[in-house]
Design a protein around this ligand. Structure first.
Ligand SMILES: [Zn+2]
Length: 206
């Protein structure tokens, strides 16, 4: 029987990893064989950690960009859990699809929809194209809007261009999820500061 490919997506801080870890615990409780993977990042940390709920568990495999996930995961696994799935390549997302069809496992993936500049990650696009089930997670912004944007700040100033991936805490980068209205208010405030005060030309009042 085919397994299902599920994509749970949301902005940063929407408790995706907490849901992953709790769901994984429930699958184990039903005597399913589970496996947890995550992409290789700069920090090389094997732990999958949720800031919401203080939960943590080591990943079984850390996946490099050139790894073939289909070959790595044993067919005895019932449910494969994937954290930070947005960092996988479209080819690796297709390998997850093959796991559901050829090895019959359920693949539950968790990750971001878009980066700090509102552009989707290539791996996320592939999941939107082929996942059997899409589930959105979000929280409300302090203004009441839906937090769907990931704002990135360098030295406290919002960024709208630059590298797609910058690790929080390195190079003074910080992230905050916001609703679109609050996001664009900060972007516009930055643009106004950059262009400076409006100057009145002499000929306008002479
Ligand atoms: Zn807001």
């Amino acid at each position: 029987m085919y397994g299902r490919l599920i994509y749970v997506y949301g902005a940063m801080g929407s408790a995706k990893t907490a849901e992953l870890l709790i769901e994984m615990y429930q699958h184990e409780h039903e005597n399913q064989k589970v496996c947890l993977i995550k992409p290789l990042r700069d920090d090389r940390n094997v732990e999958v950690t949720s800031r919401a709920g203080n939960l943590s568990r080591p990943a079984d495999y850390i996946i490099a960009p050139t790894d073939n996930i289909f070959d790595m995961i044993d067919e005895s696994v019932d449910s494969l859990f994937v954290d930070e799935v947005q960092f996988f390549s479209p080819e690796q997302i297709d390998q997850l699809r093959r796991l559901t069809i050829e090895k019959g496992m359920n693949v539950l993936t968790y990750g971001l929809r878009a980066d700090f500049s509102t552009k989707a990650f290539p791996g996320s696009i592939r999941l939107f194209e082929i996942a059997d089930e899409l589930r959105e997670k979000y929280y409300r912004c302090s203004c009441g809007g839906k937090k769907t944007y990931n704002a990135r700040f360098k030295d406290g100033v919002i960024e709208t261009e630059g590298e797609q991936v910058a690790i929080e805490g390195k190079g003074n980068y910080t992230y905050k999820s916001l609703c679109p209205e609050c996001y664009y208010r900060l972007v516009n405030e930055k643009l106004e500061k950059q262009s400076g005060p409006i100057r009145i030309r002499k000929k306008d009042y002479q």
